[in-house]
Design a protein around this ligand. Sequence first.
Ligand code: FAD
Length: 381
Amino acid sequence: MTATAVLTLNLNILFWSSHPSPSFGANNYIPFHEPSFIIMTIQEHIPLAAYTTFNIGGPARFFCIAASEADILEAVTFAREKDLPMFILGGGSNLLIGDEGFGGLVIKMELMGIEEKIEEGNNGKRMLSVGAGEQWDSFVDYAVERGLYGIENLSAIPGTVGAAPVQNIGAYGAEASQVITSVRAFDTRTRQFVDLAGPECHFSYRESVFKKEKGRYIITRVYFSLDPNGTPNTTYKDIVDYFSQKKITQPTLKDVREAVIAIRWGKLPDWKLWGTAGSFFKNPVVTAEAFDSLKKRYPELPGFPEPDGRVKVSLGWILDKVCNAKGLCKGNACVYEKQALVLVTKPGATSEEVVALAHELMASVKEKTGITIEGEVEWVN
Ligand SMILES: Cc1cc2nc3c(=O)[nH]c(=O)nc-3n(C[C@H](O)[C@H](O)[C@H](O)COP(=O)(O)OP(=O)(O)OC[C@H]3O[C@@H](n4cnc5c(N)ncnc54)[C@H](O)[C@@H]3O)c2cc1C
């Protein structure tokens, strides 16, 4: 049975949240349209499965929706007073929530809004300030429709804008960190809203300070610099092949978005039909010597040089060709037939089944290649 608790608004908290974001200028004050009698609802025992693309997960002990920075302050205060752990939920597309659920407060992010302005003295580049709760792909669509380059290769990635910096989403030769100029967040350690400039976010492959210092920051807005005079980034092999097949020699921005969407649909499961969180593991990054030694055993193993001299290895290839994992199932959890890096679930699947399958794959990769692989999807319990 679902019960509901209601919090009364603390006016001091509302004033505290009204400071401007230095990175977006004076017009970025938190809107003060919220009347002072606003109250936020905190619900209890809310099943989380429907909030994730895996369609798996037990209930949240407490659950609320944050639509403003004031809501976040209220939620944090509630959790502190009750000494509860907090979990920040976006679109639930990179999560595996345990069957027993989460024993603290889940804060679902629904801060919305896109603001755009021209960056002074920067060749007409646009600065966009985007609410953490906006759908990532709707934002990509918005940018492409306005002729703004920079995120088109990240088309059709599920989830919210607020989660994009967390794992520095990437695909088809692009990463969000290439265009994120700063991130606004509530720092639960100092209890203040902060604006972290790009370098302070410590972005790297599927990493950031938000992931390394898990639980410290609650992201409310992300700032992007996009270029109306950019050029399409078509160096990724799948994109080259797509345009060559279509005989398109000078692809436009919209062509790139369409190409990425078409390529993704051909490879990835439809998360509206299957339970999935996309790539379940990160591609491992190994030393150049380790890669050479693997190449002697597996001459066709694909590898991509990293700026630090190491090599990112295709785990999908290893799982497919070395571990023969495509189609492998544990109960209702299976390795996707078209891409071994992706796990999918059938109705009725449990978190335990997915974890059992993941452990089997990790052990198989370790035994056959010596590589220890890490999850890209976050396991929450
Ligand atoms: C079919 C499919 C394809 C995918 N393809 C890709 C891909 O190509 N590239 C890629 O990088 N990822 C991919 N993903 C993974 C996923 O879409 C991204 O990681 C996405 O950014 C997750 O967003 P979300 O809002 O769903 O976050 P959630 O899954 O809800 O949360 C992920 C993490 O971010 C934290 N978080 C979320 N919002 C905030 C916030 N506002 N403040 C602080 N922390 C927050 C959560 O606490 C959690 O730790 C794919 C997933 C699926 C299902």
